[in-house]
Structure formats: structure tokens, C-alpha cells
Design a protein around this ligand. Structure first.
Ligand SMILES: N[C@@H](CCC(=O)N[C@@H](CS)C(=O)NCC(=O)O)C(=O)O
Length: 205
């Protein structure tokens, strides 16, 4: 399978961390792609009309996006413990935490547009403040979340991928005043799946 990836994407990293966790990483050909709405990437856009990574091309040649769908697909390809719990509270805790993590990454990207990516003349500070507020509220929610307990699952993988990216980009610090989240993250970051997938690189708009 081919994974159209990006070394500085929290969404692409989530997919690759999951692949490592379930033993599927050796079956992936990982290819880095730069993407930005201001600079089209023809190869990515040919497979995903939204022009975003990650995209997974399956062994049947079917192109899957986005990261939530790819994770679900990969989780169906192995015989180990499911990263997306099949039922009960564990399922909804994990999926809700994944949704939170997706939203944190989305807010972080939106904040970066308002603080550095968009030309200074067309930035709007109230929008930056609103996105930063979402990050802080999301961190507080994660600090209180029961989903941090228990074995690794899609929620934890998504959250660790989002938080590590937010720290990598110097966005508001999730550790400050949140000791439980900070401790959980430090432990999760040490997992081989996280160590095997370091973030690097700059966005090119
Ligand atoms: N909801 C998507 C988000 C993917 C996404 O935003 N990827 C970014 C890289 S971090 C991208 O390729 N952006 C290019 C663009 O917005 O045109 C997912 O979970 O896969």
C-alpha cells in the first residue's frame, strides 16, 4: 500500500503511528508530499480532490482519504487488539477523543494562518484569538478525559499526534497547568510508534 504522507502533518502522522502500533508499517510505502491550498499538488489532488494528505492507495488501487477513514481501514487489516474499539463506552470514548484531536489540529492550523501563513495585511486578530481559545478549552477537556486511561487506541494516537505537532509548531502550550495530560503525553511519546515517526519540515505556501 502507498501512503501519501507529510512529515509535518498531524493527520498523516496519526495514520502512520496507528500502522506501527498494529504491525502494518512494513506494508506501507510512505511518500512525503508538500501540500497547501495556495500551492496545488497534482499527484495528491489526482487522488483526493481536496488536495490534502494523508491518502492511502490500497493494494486494489483504491484511494482512501481522510485520516479517520484510513485509520478505520488499516484497523480492519490486522488480527491484534483493535485500535478502534468495536463497542461500548470504550468505542465512544476513543472516537470522541479522536474528534477532539482532529479539532485541535484544525484549530492549530487555522491559528497559524492568522499568525504567520497569511500575509500580515490580511490577518484578523479576533480569529486568531478564537482559535487559540479552542486549543486551550480542548486541552482542558483532555486533561479531564477518562479516555487517557486504558490501553492505546485511536483516540490516544490522534491526541498524541496532535499535541506533538502543536508543540512542534510552538502553538499554545498544553502542558502548562495540566499535569495529568503532560504526564500521559510524556509516556505516550516514548512509544516506538511515536519515536519511529518524528515530525520535521516547514509548510510551503
Ligand atoms: N481532515 C483531514 C485533514 C487533512 C489535512 O488538512 N492535511 C493537511 C496537511 S496537515 C493538508 O494536506 N492541507 C492541504 C490543504 O489544505 O490544501 C484528515 O484528517 O486527513
Amino acid at each position: 500500500m502507498k501512503l501519501l504522507y507529510q512529515t509535518h502533518s498531524p493527520y498523516a502522522r496519526k495514520v502512520l503511528v496507528l500502522a506501527h502500533e498494529v504491525g502494518l508499517a512494513p506494508r506501507l510505502e510512505v511518500v512525503h508530499h508538500e501540500t497547501s491550498p495556495t500551492r496545488g499538488n497534482a499527484e495528491v489532488s489526482a487522488l483526493n480532490p481536496l488536495g490534502k494528505v494523508p491518502v492511502l492507495v490500497t493494494e486494489d488501487g483504491f484511494a482512501l482519504f481522510d485520516s479517520v477513514v484510513i485509520c478505520e481501514y488499516l484497523d480492519g487489516l490486522h488480527d491484534g487488539p483493535r485500535m478502534i474499539p468495536e463497542q461500548g463506552t470504550a468505542r465512544w470514548q476513543a472516537l470522541r477523543l479522536q474528534a477532539l484531536a482532529q479539532g485541535l489540529a484544525d484549530a492549530g492550523i487555522a491559528l497559524r494562518w492568522e499568525t504567520e501563513r497569511r500575509p500580515a495585511a490580511v490577518r484578523w486578530p479576533p480569529l486568531a484569538e478564537g482559535q487559540a481559545a479552542k486549543l486551550l478549552a480542548g486541552y482542558d477537556f483532555a486533561e479531564r478525559s477518562a479516555a487517557l486511561d486504558g490501553p492505546p487506541d485511536i483516540g490516544q494516537i490522534a491526541l498524541a499526534s496532535a499535541l506533538d505537532w502543536l508543540a512542534f509548531r510552538g502553538l499554545p502550550d498544553f502542558r502548562e497547568g495540566r499535569p495529568r495530560l503532560a504526564k500521559w503525553f510524556e509516556a505516550f511519546r516514548d512509544r516506538p510508534s511515536m519515536r519511529a515517526t518524528p515530525l520535521s519540515g516547514e509548510t510551503r505556501d
